[in-house]
Structures are given as C-alpha cells and as structure tokens.
Design a protein around this ligand. Sequence first.
Ligand code: HEM
Length: 81
Amino acid sequence: KQNLPTYTVEEVSQHTEQSTGIWVTYKEGVYDVTNFVNEHPGGEQILIAAGSSVEPFWMLYAVHKNPHVYELLESFRIGNL
Ligand code: HEM
C-alpha cells in the first residue's frame, strides 16, 4: 500500500504486548491488532502470532480464509514489510 511506512521484520518482532502495541504481518502487510485482541473470536490464541506472521496459523485455522476476515485485517493496516 502506498503512503504507508515500511517496517522491518526486526521492528515488527518488538511489538508483542499491550505496552508496545501488538503487531502482526500477513504477506507484505503490517497490522496493529492491539485493540482487536480482546475482540478476537478465537480469543487469546491470536497472541501466538504477536510480532510475527499470522500465515502459518491461518493455514491451520481455515476459518480465516474468508473475505470478511481479510477486510477486517486491512482495517488494521499500518504499513508494509
Ligand atoms: C476466528 C480474526 C489471528 C485462531 C476468527 C474470526 C476472525 C478472526 C474475524 C471469526 C471468523 C468467522 O467466524 O467467520 C483474526 C485476525 C487475526 C487472527 C484479524 C490476526 C490479525 C489468529 C491466530 C490464531 C487464531 C494467530 C491462532 C491460533 C482463531 C480461532 C478461531 C478464530 C481458533 C475460531 C474461533 C471460534 O469460532 O470458536 N479470527 N484472527 N486467529 N481465530 Fe482468528
């Protein structure tokens, strides 16, 4: 996405808790899900991906393979990898 900052994997990996913000990646996108964690239908399981990619976990939980989930994810976008 244009006009959004670029982050490194290293920077993303430092955002794993409420105090730093909770970031995840999906493909080239970086997402701040800090405020979504408590609303996640899958509960705290989302935290397993904190600071890294959700892709391996979404492969296991196909419930995410749905347009409405990708739309929600894009609403949290803060940058690019
Ligand atoms: C369900 C979003 C990460 C596990 C869901 C649903 C959404 C969602 C919207 C409901 C889907 C539906 O019912 O149509 C997200 C987002 C994530 C994320 C935006 C990351 C940014 C994860 C991770 C896990 C996970 C990393 C790891 C295991 C689950 C499970 C459910 C679920 C188990 C099913 C809950 C149930 O129906 O009982 N997620 N998720 N999610 N998520 Fe996630």
